[in-house]
Design a protein around this ligand. Structure first.
Ligand code: AMP
Length: 422
């Protein structure tokens, strides 16, 4: 199968060729012809499947084929949950549109709105946006959605998780009823199906099994450790394994900062990425990580969502997520594109409930191991530390602090309210 046989025009074939893509990915094979027919699409696809080109290429072709208007009203809107994803999607849009007379821009919060408004006033065909900033600018009269012909909801499940349902409904109320709708989501929950029913018109269902599907290629490992030892264990794992690129997840922004600082002190280049960081700092951290200038990226769940980081051999859950689905999203960052990956979770005694919830969701028990020299003093029930002959532990144990963290303590945190502000 070639891109040409999917019916793409020469300008897009040239752009795709310039990207170095030779064959369409499974999701692209499925979505491109359907979108070119003008049908609505409900697609299950995660980051890493090539979904962005899957909707952007046909969207560009459709816009190119219809009459261009001098003032360039916004004719296509791509909504994404996070700033990083919006920026990434727009980079792709620009790359693929480079041989066409189509203008685009991206808007998101956390940065000055004025340049965004100026660009929109100059006329653009495609707008990539996060919901908050979009509604903000619409309210100010800086943009109109009254001429939108194609709507893309990217990572719709995450938008719902982040509480954007009302915003999405509001955005839809501002657009013409007659339009093409493309909804992409990593999972098809009940809520997504309900949202899809309300938005899509006789959609074609596309379920491309992602090549980077986690379960088969990712090796899950859990280590029982004391909370107080997690930093040292993390440093040991990275140093002993000589890992060059590691993504580490924490539950909180504060913990992400602290851990990153400690890694830097230990001589491991690292940056934290989360919602309290300025957009500039987030972009810098991500590009440093991608270009291997930074060895470790410490991220909170929401900040990491949708990031296009190919081929990560190692993901560490410094803290387990309190929402089990986040574990699946986290480990979706490793074992990508057919390569194998390792997802390591450091589990302290307070996180056993989280682990149980994750195992229930995965439908499997994750093997638990103990690292020599870091045996937990508070042992999870059912775990049998291996006997090492003569107890050769040479590490002096620190006393367990009474309260060593101002984080949520897992045992008490039964709050499943997804109280996760960016
Ligand atoms: P996405 O799932 O859209 O985030 O894309 C994941 C990565 O795959 C991006 O780095 C794309 O540039 C890349 N990509 C998209 N389509 C193809 C393709 N047909 N062949 C090779 N790489 C691709």
């Amino acid at each position: 199968m070639s891109f040409k046989s999917l019916g793409l025009i020469p300008e897009l074939l040239k752009a795709v060729n310039k990207q170095g893509y030779h064959t369409p990915s499974p999701i692209q094979e499925k979505t491109i012809p359907i979108i070119l027919e003008g049908r609505d699409v409900l697609a299950s696809a995660q980051t890493g499947t090539g979904k962005t080109a899957g909707f952007t290429l046909p969207l560009l072709q459709t816009l190119d084929a219809t009459r261009k208007q001098r003032h360039r009203p916004i004719r296509a809107l791509i909504l994404t949950p996070t700033r990083e994803l919006a920026a990434q999607v727009h980079d792709n849009v620009r790359d693929y549109a480079q041989f066409l007379d189509i203008k685009s821009t991206v808007i998101f919060g956390g940065v000055n709105a004025k340049p965004q408004i100026r660009t929109i006033r100059g006329g653009i065909d495609i707008l990539v946006a996060t919901p908050g900033r979009l509604l903000d600018l619409e309210n100010q009269g800086a943009l109109s959605l009254g001429r939108v012909e194609i709507l893309v909801l990217d990572e719709a499940d995450r938008m719902l998780d982040m509480g954007f349902l009302r915003d999405i409904k509001k955005v839809i109320s501002l657009m013409p009823k007659q339009r093409q709708n493309l909804l992409f989501s990593a999972t098809f929950s009940k809520d997504i199906k309900k949202l899809a029913e309300g938005i899509l018109h006789r959609p074609v269902l596309v379920e491309a099994e992602p090549e980077n599907s986690t379960a088969q290629k990712v090796e899950h490992k859990t280590f029982s450790v004391d909370k107080a030892d997690k930093v040292e264990v993390t440093i040991k794992l990275i140093a002993d394994g000589n890992w060059k690129q590691v993504l580490i997840f924490t539950r909180t922004k504060h913990r992400a900062n602290r851990l990153s600082e400690k890694l830097v002190k230990a001589g491991i280049s690292s940056a934290a990425i989360h919602g309290n960081k300025s957009q500039g700092a987030r972009t810098k951290a991500l590009s440093g990580f991608k270009s291997s200038k930074i060895r470790v990226l410490v991220a909170t769940d929401i900040a990491a969502r949708g990031l296009d980081i190919p081929l990560l051999p190692h993901v560490i859950n410094f803290e387990l997520p309190n929402v089990p689905e986040d574990y699946v999203h986290r480990i979706g960052r490793t074992g990508r594109a057919g390569a194998s990956g390792e997802a390591i979770s450091l589990v302290d005694v307070d996180e056993r409930d989280y682990l149980r919830d994750i195992e229930k969701l995965l439908g499997e028990k994750l093997p638990s191991e103990i690292i020599a020299g870091f045996e937990p003093t508070a042992k999870p029930a059912g775990s049998k530390p291996k006997q090492r002959g003569g107890n050769n532990r040479n590490k002096k144990r620190k006393p367990r602090p009474q309260n060593n963290s101002n984080q949520n303590s897992g045992g008490q945190n039964k709050n499943r309210n997804r109280n996760r502000r960016r």
